[in-house]
Design a protein around this ligand. Structure first.
Ligand SMILES: [Zn+2]
Length: 65
């Protein structure tokens, strides 16, 4: 499912911050900044959701020890 206004890459300066936020490696301020920005930016919000979904997938696939 694609929203018509959410296609395209996220803001270039936000990409790494959004990734690290999804991975849980971002610092408190970076995470706050990324999530706050994503609330007002459809592309970044979409990108962040995709990254979070990928993280959850990776966790499900990873074998438990
Ligand atoms: Zn953005």
């Amino acid at each position: 499912m694609k929203l018509h206004n959410s296609e395209g890459p996220p803001c270039r300066h936000m990409e790494n911050m959004l990734k690290s936020t999804a991975e849980g490696t971002a610092g408190t301020v970076a995470k706050w900044y990324a999530t706050t920005h994503a609330k007002g930016c459809t592309r970044c919000q979409c990108f962040l959701n995709e990254q979070v979904a990928k993280q959850e997938e990776a966790v499900e696939v990873a074998p438990t020890k």
